[in-house]
Design a protein around this ligand. Structure first.
Ligand SMILES: Cc1ncc(COP(=O)(O)O)c(C=O)c1O
Length: 454
């Protein structure tokens, strides 16, 4: 499937030099970067300008849920580009209307309005804006192990260290601990205990923060980058109950977890919980065109029936982006992509990861669902000492750097974060490709095993 695009792009040969000279990259010390020059991609594979191919086990930034260059999705974008490339958000547009209709049809409960954005962080900004306007309150709670985006409000709600370089930020962004049994903040030993204690902790935080000052609780339905933390049964329902008791809006951030990633259209479907607002982006059109949005329950939308909503974006509901959402949802249904993701998790990825864990002492835990999995690496299974320290960099991060190097040498490119390898291939990956990539990771883990001390 390797195809060199050198003849197609006149810019490929100078891509690396121009990148280093002129491209300023996200979340990086610019001097240390050595990016691969990706020349093309198809399905679950990407390849560079030298013809080296990898299985894309990170779906780029966990967004290419439909796989690379899906021909029908590409054709839909081309068709829309030929018809109408852009139109201001104050006009009605066929593709925007249809995308909104399809999304709200899939969404739970009475979440039946959509505000479109250009990506995930703007979705969070606007979800919080809606919650504040609806409740007349200001504070927003979120979990320590979370990422919600890089702009003003989203980065302050983010729990992970990417927030540190952006402080001080807005007041009223309060953090709490969500459930994470393997490293329980509550000394719990069973999922039921973790659930009960995490909810008790949240109730206590609400009490001391003053529940009537809180506009929203924001959480990733299944925490993504910060660990693939699947909440124990009952947790989301418990958060829902606390929100209802205190008139607090529940915002479920499904930017990463939604649109098939968890083997559901929306991850909340698994627990049959209806939040007040859902944010989406990545998987909604697999990032073929930048897009995101907030799905809004009727009562919140009604707040703005006579009152002006104080927010807007030039590209809200961009026709190319919306046409790609319409096409993507159609393809998902036609090809049963959500079902494929669920089945892959249950029948292939989960069982294979269990076998990998049995073979490698450096694997402390494997967890996940659908095509959303983490391999948590440790130096010592008994103490659960992580393979590298929290937020490791430089020499401290060496074991993970070596491990990623070994994975890539074995033809698979997973997502690495702190002491975890995250297995998040496209929802369309075949069982054989999934096994092939996992075999590459299996072999690479010998590198991590060398650091085991017990
Ligand atoms: C859960 C979650 N929310 C929000 C965002 C921010 O999305 P974007 O990078 O599109 O702004 C991300 C990005 O990774 C995410 O994973």
């Amino acid at each position: 499937m390797t195809q060199l695009d050198t003849s197609i792009s006149p810019y490929l040969a100078s891509a690396f030099a121009n990148d280093r000279a002129h491209v300023f990259h996200s979340w990086s010390a610019q001097g240390a970067l050595n990016p691969a020059v990706i020349a093309g991609a198809r399905g679950s594979r990407i390849w560079d300008d030298q013809g080296t191919t990898w299985l894309d086990f990170s779906s780029q930034l966990v967004n290419v849920n439909i796989g690379h260059q899906h021909p029908k999705l590409v054709a839909a974008i081309q068709e829309q580009a030929g018809r109408l490339c852009t139109i201001a958000p104050f006009h009605a547009n066929d593709m925007r209307s249809e995308a909104a209709r399809l999304i709200t049809e899939l969404a739970p409960g009475d979440l039946d309005m959509v505000f479109f954005t250009n990506g995930g962080t703007e979705a969070i900004e606007n979800a919080v804006r809606l919650a504040r306007g609806h409740t007349g309150r200001y504070k927003v709670l979120s979990t320590y192990r979370s990422y919600h985006g890089a702009t003003g409000t989203s980065i302050q709600l983010t729990g992970d260290p990417r927030r540190w370089g952006n402080e001080p930020g807005m007041p009223g962004a309060v953090k709490f601990w969500g459930p994470y049994l393997y490293r329980s903040a509550f000394h719990a030993t069973t999922p039921a205990e973790e659930c009960e204690r995490a909810l008790e902790h949240l109730a206590n935080v609400l009490m001391v923060e003053g529940p009537r000052t809180i506009a929203a609780i924001t959480l990733e339905t299944v925490v993504g980058t910060n660990g693939i933390l699947v909440p124990p049964d009952g947790y989301l329902a418990g958060v829902r109950k606390l929100c209802d008791e205190h008139g607090i809006m529940m915002i479920c951030d499904e930017v990463m977890a939604g649109f098939g990633r968890c083997g559901e259209w929306f991850a909340v479907d698994r627990w049959k919980v209806t939040p007040d607002l859902i944010t989406f982006a990545k998987g909604s059109n697999s990032g073929y065109i930048p897009v995101g949005g907030v799905i809004i329950k009727r009562a919140i939308a009604d707040t703005y029936r006579d009152k002006v909503f104080p927010g807007g974006l030039t590209y809200s509901g961009h026709p190319l982006a919306c046409a790609s959402i319409v096409a993507s949802i159609g393809i998902f249904k036609e090809e049963k992509i959500v079902e494929n993701a669920r089945k892959l998790g249950a029948d292939v990825i989960g069982p294979e990861l269990e076998k990998i864990m049995a073979r490698h002492p450096s694997v402390g835990e494997v967890r996940g669902l659908g095509v959303f999995w983490a391999i948590e690496l440790v130096r010592d299974r008994k103490t659960r000492a992580p393979l590298v320290p929290f937020n490791a960099s430089g020499a401290d991060a060496k074991p993970m750097v070596e491990l990623m190097g070994a994975c890539k040498a074995n033809g698979v490119w997973p997502f690495a974060h702190f002491n975890r390898l995250q297995v998040t291939p496209p929802c369309t990956i075949t069982a054989d490709e999934a096994r092939e990539g996992l075999a590459g990771i299996d072999k690479a883990l010998e590198v991590a095993d060398r650091y085991v001390t017990d």
